[in-house]
Design a protein around this ligand. Sequence first.
Ligand code: ATP
Ligand code: MG
Length: 378
Amino acid sequence: MTDASASVSSTEPLDAMVELLAGLDTDGGEGGRAFYDRLCEAMCRLTSMERAGLLLYEEARRIVVPAGSHGFDTELVGGVHGTLEETPIAQRAFAEDRVVETAGDLAGQVPARYAELPGITSLTCTPVSAGGRWLGVIFADRGGPEFTLTERERHTMWTLGKTAALAASARIAATQHERARLLSERVDLAREVHERVMQRLFGVSLVLGAETELGPEQRRRAADEIQAAVADLRHALARPVAPPRTDIGATLRQELERLGSSYKGPPLTVEWDPAVEVPQELEQLSQSVLAEALRNAHKHADPTRVDVRVGAQDGTFVLEVVNDGVDHSLRGRGAGMGLRLAALDALQTGGVVDFGPTGDSDNDWRVRLVVPLGADDR
Ligand SMILES: Nc1ncnc2c1ncn2[C@@H]1O[C@H](COP(=O)(O)OP(=O)(O)OP(=O)(O)O)[C@@H](O)[C@H]1O
Ligand SMILES: [Mg+2]
């Protein structure tokens, strides 16, 4: 091979990177699935790999979940999940920042539940990491037979891993930005409600609380003020403040099943009242409350157990997440926004989120979502 031909083809991965990134804007939606699918397809086109699946780390659930694939049965890929701890091959790829191949038996290199899958013998693992931050992995193979990668293939795959990392970190930054924007919108909403509605109601309460009998004129004015307060409230709440949900397509039940088998953390118990189903319109809300509760359990406590309860009480839907391991001496002043945002979200469906120590034990903390069932029909 001449130097000229080497340098021509060595730009291939770069070309692919540029091409992929150029299409990033238009891919949009679905958490970038189309983009990651194309990236997997590019990996198969530019190397001898025939199938590739890309998994990205999700902070809230603390596991990697599928983000895109090519050549694999989508249903098979859809259910894959795992943690870095149970995947030594990914640890190695990340620590050495290079594409690694499995050697011999898959057991002990990938989670036990995948080591036995038929048709997977040799497997490559490409790190999706940037700046020392592990964001995920790409698994690829030749659809069964054993193989050895060439240096060039390794380089191409590594470059595509970096491309995925670039896109994933851009998305994370965009989500944080979006969160900040939503927060300021909601603060505006809270201010509007406070300034207009509360002022009116306060005026009315003063009139009603006065010792003297109300004359017809005062009565009429109080009624008008209440009408106006209700109208203001309607107006304020009609504004689109609900967050753009990151629809992960799963239901709360599937989500809990998935967490049950692979949750990286203390034992997670689920107590689900068999008579209760999550109403469709509460799926996203309950999943986001669950995610925030789990995130908080790890951030603010050192839990040895997390209990999730789904049930119904007096015509309301109830989701409760309790963790132990709260060290009160370490408790901050609670300046965060996660639970407050969840509470505002719940308000949109007439629900509430309450949280705090359970009272049963000093070291337990509870987050509870309560939403009237059928609230939308009222
Ligand atoms: N599981 C928990 N155990 C102990 N304390 C908690 C727990 N969850 C929340 N808290 C307390 O409640 C406060 C508010 O939680 P919230 O989720 O609103 O904010 P945050 O987690 O501090 O920040 P953010 O969610 O904005 O990243 C926390 O700062 C913490 O003091
Ligand atoms: Mg939080």
